[in-house]
Design a binder for this molecule. Sequence first.
Ligand code: ATP
Ligand code: MG
Length: 552
Amino acid sequence: MEHNSSNFIRNIVISDLESGKHNTVVTRFPPEPNGYLHIGHAKSIVLNFDLADEFNGKTNLRFDDTNPLKEDVEFVNSIKEDVKWLGYDWDGLFFASDYFEQMYDRAVILIKKGLAYVDDLSAEEMREYRGTLTAPGKESPYRGRTVEENLDLFTRMRNGEFKDGEKVLRAKIDMASPNINLRDPALYRIAHATHHNTGDKWCIYPMYAFAHPLEDAIEGITHSICTLEFEDQRPFYDWVIRECEMESTPHQYEFGRLNITNTVMSKRKLKLLVEEGFVDGWDDPRMPTISGLRRRGYTPEAIRAFCKEIGVAKTTGVVDSQMLDHFIREDLKLKAPRTMGVLDPIKVVITNYPEGQIEWLEAEVNSEVPEMGKIKIPFGREIYIERDDFMEDPPSKYFRLFPGNEVRLKNAYFIKCVDVLKDTDGNIFEIQCTYDPETKSGTGFTGRKVKGTIHWVEATNAVPAEFRLYDPLILDESESDELDLNSSFLDRVNLTSLYVAKGFIESSLANVKPQDKFQFFRHGYFNVDTKYSKPDQPVFNLIVSLKSSFKI
Ligand code: ATP
Ligand code: MG
């Protein structure tokens, strides 16, 4: 597990400020609006925003929207919402597409300097000409076009005279470079497609590797932070900044991507899970998307604390998903009201309790936080308890309810099982108990002790509720190679990751609202679902169970 709170990029920023190389810090978070953000993005958001904040700098939110075929305003809006929800405010909100004209002008500069040419090779030919890691590439027969010819062809590309794929603008660098990224990389491609921001204004679009450094320089970014797979792109990044004669010179720094066990972390894979119907949308509570985590009940505080704890390293690590769970438990421990819910109910009738009588008992809202006060909960002759809190024929060391045994009802009385009622098939449908009025909770009763304490809900006031319980969406460890392009991870999808339980909650919870969070005694932390919960028919998502074997 990656367990490293050090941050080498922070050290670089400190030394750049001390040496006077920069007098301010400007970072950016540059998502491509082609999907919803996931917790990997949160790591990058926390890193970029916190770094600038610490040194009174600025952070831009920039949509890297240079590929019209995959991008959509739906994603732009969700990304803005998610960044805000995580607790961050951007300084500038920009779109790479706002810079298309400037990018075009910079490409013209390259052509005029003899550093770019229009190529007619097909995509397949270009791949063949590129060479391999061990063999140098081959120069395209179109590489020798004159500046005039290139300017003319590039203008005609822009004017829509050619079909998709017919021509590309390429940088003229070195087809024999040991770094394949420098073997005349493409700068512009033709795509007759409507762009979410620029509509049909353009039919040529800059390639990511060309556009990104220009975007950074235009915005005066000082430290351009990206993930490790871009390390080999850095020489081209610097080449673009230099040869396009940008006034500002950002530098690129790479850090390790976040991977988490039992999930996948790439928009492409998450999209597949949505499209193949394995989940109920991008915000399914099992998804590692920010919207999924939010719907599940994770808080921005917990996600930020997690991102800070995992640190920023130069290697890609796999973090145990239980570490994220640890932070949500920590965050909710003192915030969430504690209450009782029965997920798999069986009825208990207390035969010596007066019929029709209801008394209101006191319960602490959160026993660790007395300031949260007390509430009243009803108690009566009929209650529900958890089906597995009773056994007719228990093994030794079973301290909950069984015939002849006495247990404590949390916040109420001791009850003793005296009989069970069975249907004709022999299934128990009612447990009969007696209670001892002397044992009322809070009265300081010390007469005798019982070993088991169980939770319950008074039956006539109980509100029916649905509890959605989750197991990991993906079995096994996380993918070993984040860049593998097959979809074999679909074989590891856990087909029983959702279990729906129908039970009861206390009447005081009848009017819960989406996103209200509770600890249900002995079960775990739950969040009211935004999609399915209705007044009088609450639906709760299990955020995390109470216990963890995880040590931080
Ligand atoms: P994906 O592979 O999930 O589509 P991406 O890198 O293509 O991710 P972008 O929208 O381009 O997604 O990412 C925006 C920023 O978030 C980039 O700077 C990227 O490096 C960072 N980022 C994406 N995934 C992770 C991750 N798993 N860990 C850390 N940073 C990430
Ligand atoms: Mg991407």
